[in-house]
Design a protein around this ligand. Sequence first.
Ligand code: IMP
Ligand code: MG
Length: 182
Amino acid sequence: MKDLYADIDYVLIDEEKMQARINELAQMIDTDYGDSDNLLFLCILKGGYMFMSDLSRACKAPHVIDFMAVSSYGDSTTSSGAVQIALDLKSSIEGWDVLIVEDIIDTGLTLSYLLENLKARKPKSLKICSLLSKPVRHKVEIPIDYLGFEVPDEFVVGYGLDFAQLYRNLPFIAVLKPEVFS
Ligand code: IMP
Ligand code: MG
């Protein structure tokens, strides 16, 4: 069996720190959306699945969940810029308070495309909750309403984030050894 842990250079954000921050985000979201009757958590697949699962459990505000899948990366570690919707919503979001739940904002190109696409569907409100952000890599400005952590310009894996589709199941955010990429 391949040992995923053997490929890790170092852990950037451990489980304890992660869960503590998610609880803080959940409290902010509960406060801000406490009066909403139609709150939708929109998870961006695949990377957002683990964050969505923990955030949804930590929030007390009633909400429904849905998923979209977008791809902009393939198996490489650099953004292609082109965004493709691989799985779209089946229901209308018109009149809904939509909270996008995303794994990481790197260049911001994926979310800037998604924001425009979703705005056109006339939600009542549209906000972003991202677990991670790499500020030095941003190419477009994205308003991040709820942010877990800023990370340095390193390719990170774990807690939903992959390299070549692997490492998503690691329960923390880590940086891989350089030789893994070659
Ligand atoms: P962006 O369009 O450049 O902001 O990147 C969007 C997507 O690229 C994210 O939702 C991730 O799926 C992926 N991505 C960006 N940086 C990383 C990283 O460091 N590790 C794993 N996936 C990443
Ligand atoms: Mg990815």
